[in-house]
Structures are given as C-alpha cells and as structure tokens.
Design a protein around this ligand. Sequence first.
Ligand code: ADP
Ligand code: MG
Length: 245
Amino acid sequence: MTAGPVLRLDGVRKRFGDTEVLGGVDLTVGEHDVVALIGASGSGKSTLLRCITLLERIDDGQIWLRETDISDPRVPADRIRARIGTVFQQFNLFPHIRVIDNVTLASRKVLKVPRAAAEARALELLDRVGLADKAREYPDRLSGGQQQRVAIVRAIATNPELLLLDEITSALDPELVAEVLDLVRDLSTEGTTIVMATHEMAFARDVADRVVFLDGGVIVEEGPAAEVFQRPREERTRAFLSRFL
Ligand code: ADP
Ligand code: MG
C-alpha cells in the first residue's frame, strides 16, 4: 500500500462578507514535500493556511489531513491542531508562561502526555536548536530569532504530520533571519512535510520542492521550484517574480 497525500485541498472557497478571498483552491501535499506558497500581499496565503489549521472555516470544498476530512465542522479543532504545527509571522508564544511550558502545553493538554515526558522531549528539541539554556526564561527575554525558533520547536513538539509556516521571518531584524531559515532547512532535510508562505524567494528556490503562486485567491501556477522560478509559464507569475530581481 502506498501512503496517500498528507494534505489535500479540494475546491476550497472562503469569503469574508461579500469578498471571495479563496476562489476554489485545489492543492495536494505529499509526505516529505516542502511547498512554498508565494504571491503578493492580499493574495490569500495567510487565509489559506488559517483555513488548514481551522482558524477559519471554509465556505465550500473540503480539506483532508490524510484520511480525516478536517473541514467537517464536527472534528475537534484542538486535536487537528496537534497534528498540524503552525508558526506565524508575529511571535505568538504565550508571554506569561516560560519557554518550556510554551513548548509542552499542547502535548500535555491536548495529547495528555505526562509532564515529565513532555518536558524531556521539549528539552531535547530546545537543545537541538541551541536554546536549552532558555527553557526557564519568559519569551520576552529572548531575541526575535530565538522566539521564532522556540515557536518552531513548539509547533513540532506534538510530532505533527504537517508544519505550516506563515512568513515567519518577516517581522525579524535582518541579522536574525538566517538562524530561523537554517532551522527550517534542517527540518526539510529531515523529511518534515512543510507548507510555507514566504517572501524569501532565494530560500524558497533553495529549499522548496514545489512552488505555488497564488493571485487573487486562486492558484495561477504551480510546479517544481526550479521550473517556476526559472521558466514561469504565466505572465502573472513572471510579473510577480520580476519584483524580486
Ligand atoms: P496574504 O497572506 O497573501 O497577504 P491574506 O490571506 O492575509 O493574504 O488576505 C487575503 C484577503 O483577505 C485580503 O484582501 C484581506 O484583506 C482579506 N482578509 C483577510 N482576513 C480577513 C478578515 N478576517 N476579514 C475580512 N477580510 C479579510
Ligand atoms: Mg499573509
């Protein structure tokens, strides 16, 4: 038996009021795929990621996480979110609890992992990213780059099947971008399945297997990273990419 895709979007539509923000998105993400979601500001990248994590409910279509139809309103969102790690642009660590508690929260509360086991795993992950010594600190004592690395560690602490990254370096000072991207590169090398919205085109070209170009809430072009960046088929993709030259 061959494993099916990790994620499958089928005709996903999302409206805010009268405005259709996602106009029927089909997307399949296989195991170990790294997919870069590119497109201008307002093209729907964040909304698409938020629909996948069930922070937004879709108006039409279906979203499958392996064999689970997660667009079924009856599925419990917190259980699904333990299966999908998510990191956003703004550091969203809980400010009032320590780094270690940020990392263990979902494992303990949702997956009911005992505290000792959850903390052992968290320390192992923090150690891997060079932040074991920050485990007892509060988030505001860390640099932006360190906070984003903790946010990534928190996102993978539940062993999710899929990691979603939404422009996770956009709010960082330029000198802190590399340490975060290096971690994402390591995770991709280890086979983590990733969908990332990004403006880091050089990084996307380097790390992503596939690139999806979104414009006006629809996928205009999608293909292997090397092809989309070097030989975009669509005029709209060319126009978008030319801004980064
Ligand atoms: P991107 O991440 O590509 O910049 P977004 O998904 O944030 O794009 O936004 C897509 C469109 O949806 C934009 O026009 C934005 O203004 C609109 N939008 C996003 N969230 C909301 C919301 N909660 N209510 C109304 N409109 C929204
Ligand atoms: Mg966005």
